[in-house]
Design a protein around this ligand. Structure first.
Ligand SMILES: *Cc1c(COP(=O)(O)O)cnc(C)c1O
Length: 355
């Protein structure tokens, strides 16, 4: 018998969430962002749910080729562009669009054979200060891109640093000031801007985490009214029960002490499965559908829970670590991170089941 842990992937939730994006940004086309192997879900597994996306955006050339092999005929965007000369040929061969964020990438394209041209998203660093041409260098970069024979079409792109806490105007103003008389489509909006900044939707939106039911802010309450569904459920079972006397402790470091007699459940899930080790006592978890809390330190293969609210729980009781009932962002929040990281960090050893 394998351990009882399993990650369930729900493609129907992804297509539902995509339809919410399409309603919210109804005048824009949508790149479905599937980087990091679809935020840990597996591109192959959720691929059928993306049929209504207008394009697929990701980072790895291998993943892009895989998406073509799966039969995707609509656009594919490499969000960081290419890294070496050979990549341009592969992009041309598989008809991949690419971000161009620096002079070195323009050089790669200038040296490429022009018979198969590629579409580019020319990226402005409007304040994120990660990738892109600074506003004062953007127009020259665009002029240069326009003169390169291998470049077929230029979309103007930028990325927001804090669309999740309310402010995109400072970056949008910089972007618009420089691009107002440059022709071409625009793409600015990540998930947060899709939900909360309609003026940023423009021609192409780029939703990622919302497709998987995660909150762009990392706080589940911020998306309570959006109607997203969780696309990943991490399940396991209780594999042990202990009865503690008052003042006895549980687990490594004796980090949790019972203040009365209590029952503790031992769950087959630990940090080697991708569950965050920093989940503190109080992290929500569900046992046989009843909400309770993690207590003590998460160990490699197990964690411990308070069975007080679920007196009938026993070995074999069903556990939801995160999913539709236990919000992944709530688990993340109790661990000092965001749902994004937990999705991406699901460990290889966890068996996956497509529902
Ligand atoms: C990851 C990414 C996105 C999607 O971000 P979310 O916050 O998950 O919606 C959009 N654009 C770019 C350039 C990205 O790297």
């Amino acid at each position: 018998m394998p351990r009882p842990i399993v990650a369930q992937i729900h493609p129907a939730a992804v297509s539902h969430n995509l339809s919410i994006v399409k309603q919210r940004a109804s005048r824009s086309r949508a790149w479905a962002v599937v980087k990091a192997n679809a935020y840990g879900h597996g591109i192959d597994r959720i691929f059928p749910a993306l049929a209504n996306a207008d394009g697929i955006a990701l980072l790895d050339l291998d993943e892009a080729v895989r998406v073509r092999e799966l039969g995707w005929t609509k656009p594919i965007l490499l969000l960081e562009g290419v890294f070496k000369p050979g990549d341009v040929q592969i992009a041309q061969q598989f008809d991949l669009s690419m971000a161009v964020h620096c002079r070195e990438q323009l050089d790669l394209l200038r040296l490429s054979p022009s018979h198969e041209r590629v579409k580019v998203h020319l990226k402005m660093n409007s304040g994120m200060n990660r990738l892109g041409f600074r506003p004062d260098a953007y127009r020259a970069a665009w002029e240069e891109a326009r003169s390169i024979a291998a470049i077929a079409d230029i979309t103007l792109m930028s990325h927001f640093a804090n669309a999740d806490d309310g402010d995109v105007a400072w970056q949008m103003d910089r972007f618009d000031a420089v691009t107002q008389d440059i022709p071409g489509q625009r793409s600015l909006a990540n998930s947060a801007a899709v939900l909360w900044h309609p003026q940023a939707h423009r021609d192409w939106v780029r939703p990622g985490v919302v497709l998987y039911g995660g909150s762009p802010t990392g706080q589940s309450r911020h998306i309570d009214d959006v109607g997203l569904r969780a696309s990943m459920t991490l399940r396991s079972e209780v594999i042990g029960v202990q009865s503690l006397l008052a003042e006895e402790t549980v687990g490594y470091g004796r980090a949790f002490a019972a203040n009365r007699e209590m029952r503790i459940g031992v769950v087959a899930c630990g940090y080697a499965d991708g569950y965050p080790r920093h989940a503190s006592t109080g992290t929500p978890i569900s046992i046989d559908g009843v909400m309770t809390q993690v207590v003590g330190r998460v160990s490699m293969d197990m964690l411990t829970v308070d069975l007080t609210p679920c007196p009938h729980a026993q070995i074999g009781s069903k556990v939801e670590l995160w999913g539709e009932q236990v919000k992944i962002d709530d688990v993340a929040h109790a661990s000092g991170t965001i749902g994004y990281e937990l999705m991406c960090a699901l460990a290889k050893r966890v068996p996956v089941e497509v529902v």
